[in-house]
Write a protein that binds this ligand. Sequence first.
Ligand code: HEC
Length: 120
Amino acid sequence: MRSLPLLLLLAAAAPAFALASALAENAAPALPGAPALAPEQAQKLAHLVEQDCGSCHGLTRKGGLGSPLTAEALSHIEPEGIAGIILDGVPGTAMPPWRPLMSEDEALWIAYYLLKDEGK
Ligand code: HEC
């Protein structure tokens, strides 16, 4: 019966795994429809939205140099359209293209994040 101690060990470890995944979910909000990103990557992007996007659009996204990025303000644009704006910027304005700094999936994730008003 060599497998019994192993089974007991697994049973004891299960709650720890459950806790770890619950914590991961906390760090990375569930965004239905958004590209699935690793929790650390999602956290990095949430931070970027607050720090970098926030420097122009306001820390709470209610607007500054750039227009508000609240879910309400963006509701007329499809997630893919928002991702396109993020990737290519808005020519003739201070909105820079972020394509050199992030993947298309990351831009789309940010679009869903903004549309859900997450992290404010
Ligand atoms: C250097 C300042 C600056 C930074 C940094 C910046 N933006 Fe912008 N953004 C602007 C300006 C200016 C506009 C165009 C005019 C406007 O819509 O206010 C704009 C427009 C937009 C729009 C279009 C809004 C609309 O209603 O048409 C979106 C979406 C957007 N930015 C998202 C972002 C995101 C996401 C980030 C961070 C990854 C970001 N911006 C970073 C200045 C900035």
